[in-house]
Design a protein around this ligand. Structure first.
Ligand SMILES: [Fe+2]
Length: 303
């Protein structure tokens, strides 16, 4: 064989080896997780890094800067369990909640939807959330949730009863933060991808900052007349699969935010500070790359 053939063989071997290593890393990553500390403030960020949406509106990325004072509200937030492809145990979540609560008490624990990918696994998903709700009851922390696009076949009554969680879809709940300030926490239902319907944000009384919880970050584009001060969401899995150099492997997205590359982190949309979690599970295939499963301690401060 000539030298050219040998070069091609070595090149092909290198590509195959790289693909095997990448595949192994994709299978390992869903077993890791990161506890992030997210700081959300109502102050306007500098208008740099503008992202234009297909709606003609603009969104700005926000740095996760320290608040610099005692937070008004402290939350534990997690989203997108997808129990069939979730390798983060409910024990691990409970351990983080307990440890962080001992450092400084939480005002609420919030789940952002997608208990399952397929409804036939609902019992396993319910048991997962039940363990977290038992801990919340023991620690006297309110536990609230919205459901996700994969949960549409689950009955709300079952979710509340079997998981021990309070659904805040279409309603608000008043929470007094440890600093004494009251917040309205509200949410919306998710109707799934096929016959997508968007709901207005529930009406909350004036005078209190509003934290809006919606599985899909695009819900901020459909809140009706009033915008929330803060929003928590998931759904995107942070983009889930990236190649080296941050190149994202993704199907074409119908949604406005993912199409603009808004998939994880903190953003400012009009007067709303929005956090998108990378979530815990994987959806259909048990793989992730460049988007480690995330649990978050969220500290909110109003200026
Ligand atoms: Fe999801």
């Amino acid at each position: 064989m000539g030298p050219l053939i040998w070069i091609l063989i070595v090149l092909a071997a290198c590509i195959i080896l790289a693909l095997i290593v990448y595949g192994i890393l994709c299978l390992i990553e869903p077993h890791r997780h990161e506890l992030t500390h997210i700081n959300l403030t109502s102050s306007k960020p500098s208008n740099t890094g503008k992202i234009s949406l297909s709606t003609g509106e603009e969104v700005y990325p926000v740095a996760n800067d320290p608040i610099g004072k005692e937070a008004d509200l402290r939350l534990f937030f997690f989203s997108d369990i997808h129990i069939e492809t979730c390798f983060i145990s409910s024990d691990a979540i409970c351990r983080h909640i307990e440890e962080e609560h001992n450092i400084k008490p939480f005002d609420a624990v919030i789940f952002g939807g997608d208990i399952v990918t397929w409804p036939k696994y609902k019992e396993k998903g319910f048991a997962y959330l039940r363990q977290i709700s038992s801990l919340c009851r023991k620690l006297d922390i309110p536990f609230m949730a919205v459901t996700g696009n994969h949960d549409i076949a689950l009955s709300d009554t079952d979710v509340e009863k079997e998981c021990g969680v309070e659904l805040i879809e279409g309603r608000y709940k008043v929470i007094r933060g440890s600093g004494g300030k009251e917040f309205s926490i509200c949410g919306v239902d998710d109707t799934g991808r096929e016959e997508r319907e968007w709901f207005d944000m529930p009406e909350c009384p004036e005078g209190r900052p509003v934290v809006f919880v919606a599985h899909d970050p695009d819900a901020i584009l459909h809140t009706g007349e009033r915008l929330p001060d803060f929003m928590l969401s998931g759904h995107t899995h942070g983009g889930q699969l990236y190649l080296p150099f941050g190149i994202r492997i993704a199907p074409r997205h119908k949604n406005v935010f993912p199409r603009a590359g808004i998939l994880k982190g903190i953003f400012r949309y009009r007067n709303t500070t929005l956090f998108i979690s990378r979530g815990l599970g994987c959806g259909y295939l048990p793989i992730r790359s460049g988007s480690v499963p995330e649990l978050s301690v969220i500290e909110i401060s109003c200026s």
